[in-house]
Write a protein that binds this ligand. Structure first.
Ligand SMILES: *[C@@H]1O[C@H](CO)[C@@H](O)[C@H](O)[C@H]1NC(C)=O
Ligand SMILES: *[C@@H]1O[C@H](CO)[C@@H](O)[C@H](O)[C@H]1NC(C)=O
Ligand SMILES: *[C@@H]1O[C@H](CO)[C@@H](O)[C@H](O)[C@H]1NC(C)=O
Ligand SMILES: *[C@@H]1O[C@H](CO)[C@@H](O)[C@H](O)[C@H]1NC(C)=O
Length: 296
């Protein structure tokens, strides 16, 4: 426990890069470029937001990628998902990744739904080429993410990753995942694509492009360290307060629908961090009764 308490105190990005990149002051084109499906990457007139789509004419979808790599930071995307009544098979993403042989990746992925259901959110972390060890978690959300913009954040520091939905932390991953912790500079990506083979009810429902186009809107609020900058003195949130930790526990109790830490079919011997007590990645073991409180 003392070890972890010490870790929590080490809150600054010790890699010492940067500049904070703030899209209130930097335009989309300065920070990003289209990745694929370029005709469906539509930048707003003021250059602050972007829409990406998958449709009948562009069946592999579209996406964009940052022009720079980053060492650490608070990466926030304000996202509004497609509001079509049927979005099965559609996957909209916001993630960090590099192209190293031993790749690192931190994912937020929204999985489309059938009629009458809503988008679900999946988070995942790969580090140092650990592709054979998916660490997926999935959640339903306490709001319909296709009706309004909500903020989704990845706080990536040298010793922890925290995912946030609006201001609430929903998952924390610490260096206790050992060599699988992402440590090399990453690009920021956003994409929309056809994940029919797995995204909705394990692939039972496929994309129906006749029900499209499927349009996701993004804008970004960054406080990040550029990998090439010699100094980085950005102030990152100093950790999760006791109250926030309660909120995180509550969120996970109410809304988590899948965790790799509970998937004994996939991991008969659970990954080490799933066996740790009381910290980090493992899901809540004793869900709080739904009736006691709503999260939001
Ligand atoms: C971004 O820049 C705007 C305008 O200078 C400022 O008000 C805002 O606090 C900055 N946001 C971050 C996250 O640094
Ligand atoms: C659905 O989303 C689109 C794109 O954001 C928007 O123009 C439209 O008004 C929305 N429709 C409804 C019914 O909310
Ligand atoms: C998202 O973040 C921005 C900037 O901090 C804030 O103005 C906005 O209210 C947030 N949206 C939500 C839904 O919390
Ligand atoms: C990445 O994995 C290799 C083994 O494949 C290991 O030697 C190396 O120390 C790891 N790197 C980090 C940063 O943990």
């Amino acid at each position: 426990m003392l070890f972890y308490t010490c870790l929590q105190l080490v809150i600054l990005c010790t890699l010492k890069p940067s500049i904070s990149l703030n899209l209130s002051t930097v335009s989309f084109n300065e920070a990003f470029s289209p990745l694929y499906g370029n005709q469906d990457v539509k930048i707003s007139d003021n250059g602050k937001s972007v829409q990406i789509a998958i449709n009948r004419w562009s069946t592999s979808g579209s996406g964009f990628v940052s022009r720079y790599t980053f060492n650490c930071g608070l990466f926030t995307a304000s996202i509004k998902l497609p509001n079509n009544s049927y979005t099965a098979g559609v996957v909209a993403t916001f993630y960090l990744r590099n192209d190293e042989v031993k790749r690192d990746e931190i994912d937020l992925e929204f999985l489309g739904h059938i009629e009458g259901e809503e988008w679900s959110l999946q988070t995942n972390v790969y580090g140092n080429g650990s592709y054979n060890k998916g660490r997926e978690e999935r959640y339903s959300l306490p709001f319909d993410p296709s009706q309004n913009f909500h903020n989704y954040s990845i706080l990536w520091d040298t010793n922890r990753i925290i995912f946030f939905v609006d201001q609430y932390p929903i998952r924390e991953t610490v260096v206790s995942v050992g060599g699988d912790f992402p440590s090399k500079p990453m690009y920021v990506y956003a994409t929309i694509w056809d994940g029919s083979d797995w995204a909705t009810h394990k692939g039972a429902y496929k994309i129906n492009l006749q029900r499209g186009p499927f349009v996701a809107s993004y804008y970004f609020i960054f406080n990040v360290c550029r990998a090439t900058q010699p100094e980085c003195d950005i102030a990152l949130p100093g950790g999760i307060s006791a109250l926030e930790r309660q909120e995180m526990i509550l969120f996970r109790a109410l809304y988590m629908t899948y965790s790799y830490c509970r998937d004994k079919a996939r991991y008969p011997a659970l990954l080490p961090e799933c066996r740790d007590e009381g910290y980090g990645m493992q899901p809540v073991q004793a869900p709080i009764a739904r009736t006691t409180r709503r999260f939001i």
